[in-house]
Design a protein around this ligand. Structure first.
Ligand SMILES: *Cc1c(COP(=O)(O)O)cnc(C)c1O
Length: 423
């Protein structure tokens, strides 16, 4: 590792060891200040527009994080019953909740309607389903799937034509007409066409797609669109050489696109909503794990006390997560390791052929950029237990925001009586 191949951390080895002494390893640690700053910059960048962020709960479903998000003036985007319950428990209600679900169970719609959430409808058949389960609201968002490939400057960035989400062009028009007849007064449009986008062009292009649809809807059904929901998809620099998104450039390009199209097409300027997850918490969460084994066969292996059940992205997507060996930040990367967890799955590797300093048993490693879709995707395969989460507060103190699972938690679902299912 050369000096420019480093990624900074918001804590040091000494601090990590002190936390480990209290709660063991592995654990997640989040940076309150980093999250608050990210939200602050986002809001500042979009200040010229009527903008609101609904943090995607699935990225980091912890009530302490959601409370922090709320204190910083954001809403939440939920997609399931328990996410709605967590949002409710944190005091979110009404227009502060977006409900962007798909394959939605009846009880989820019922709770979403009870809380007054903005329903982001995934399919035309959900109109009747929602009507029966909670009822049709006055304000609704429609999820659009333009099909085909999603291209930016000729390059393919996503394949909506293969994605299960949203409605076709014709279905959106039909849904508008039906919903208007059923009393909907305020409409929004949503689409999510690409994920983890670095570069500054994605939202501009998405805005164009949604505004073209807005124009067609107005022409054909005389329905005004009051807001566009750009959802998530803004990426973060996982690799040291990645350049971060310039959110000010993104906002300026969205603003310009809206002003130009609205002027040409004589449209009312829509409000802009977002459901960013990764961008808000991704860089501000780190998984800390201890080296418990070293193994040398055809490759050099480092064995951690964390595994893919704690952070699934490398195993599932082959994602890069930067690794810092705590206390060895300035040592040369003279070794090449596979950094592994203990699942009986060969894809349980946090890093493959990674250049790192010589690692010893007992070292602590920090796995970077795990603050979104990290803990959240945890699972219990091989009977592995999910770890604790810790928040570094702005005042420098550390707070336990979720304890680690124990074997008792793992066995908790066997606590029932009356096992016999009488048919
Ligand atoms: C996952 C998801 C998001 C958040 O995506 P990020 O890539 O984390 O920004 C937002 N909206 C919907 C509907 C999602 O499914």
């Amino acid at each position: 590792m050369t000096a420019d191949n480093k990624k900074p951390l918001f804590f040091d080895k000494n601090t990590a060891e002190k936390i480990a002494e209290k709660i063991g390893t592995p654990f997640y640690v989040y940076d309150e200040k980093g999250i608050a700053n990210a939200i602050g910059e986002l809001k500042k960048a979009f200040a010229a527009l009527n903008f609101k962020e609904y943090f995607a709960v699935k990225a980091c479903p912890n009530p302490y994080i959601l409370t922090l998000i709320k204190q910083n003036g954001c809403g939440v985007d939920c997609s399931s019953l328990t996410e709605l319950m967590m949002a409710e428990a944190c005091g979110f209600k009404g227009d502060d909740i977006m409900f962007s679900s798909n394959v939605t169970p009846a009880e989820d719609f019922v709770l979403a309607r009870k809380l007054g959430a903005i329903i982001n409808l995934d399919d035309i058949t959900h109109i009747g389903f929602l009507e029966k389960n909670g009822g049709i609201p006055e304000k609704i968002c429609l999820r659009y799937n333009p099909g085909g490939d999603f291209k930016i400057s000729g390059a393919i960035m996503g394949a909506p034509g293969e994605a299960k989400y949203g409605m076709t062009f014709d279905q959106i028009l039909e849904a508008c007409a039906i919903l208007k007849a059923k009393g909907v007064k305020t409409f929004g449009l949503h689409s999510f066409l690409a994920s983890n986008m670095l570069g500054n062009k994605y939202w501009e292009k998405l805005t164009e797609v949604l505004l073209e649809l807005t124009v067609e809807i107005k022409k054909r059904t005389q329905t005004e669109i009051s807001f566009i929901n750009l959802s998530g998809g803004i990426g973060i620099p996982y690799k040291p050489e990645d350049r971060p998104v310039d959110i000010y450039k993104v906002a300026a390009s969205v603003d310009k696109k809206i002003r130009t199209v609205c002027e040409t097409e004589n449209l009312r300027t829509p409000e802009v909503k977002a459901e960013l997850g990764r961008y808000i918490t991704g860089p501000y969460g780190v998984l800390v794990s201890r080296v418990i084994h070293k193994k040398d066969i055809y490759r050099h292996y480092i064995g951690l006390d964390a595994c893919a059940a704690n952070l699934m992205r490398p195993a599932m997507y082959g994602s890069y997560h930067h690794i810092t060996v705590l206390g060895k930040e300035n040592e040369p990367s003279e070794m090449v390791y596979d950094v592994t967890g203990g699942l009986c799955e060969n894809n349980d590797k946090f890093a493959v052929n990674r250049e790192l300093p010589e690692i010893d048993i007992g070292d602590l490693v920090a796995i970077h950029d795990a603050g979104a879709h990290g803990y959240a995707m945890g699972y219990n395969y091989n009977g592995k237990l999910r770890c604790a989460e810790v928040l570094l507060k702005e005042d420098g103190s550390f707070k336990l925001i979720r304890r680690a699972e124990t074997p008792a938690d793992y066995f908790a679902t066997f606590d029932f009586e009356g096992a016999e299912i009488k048919l």
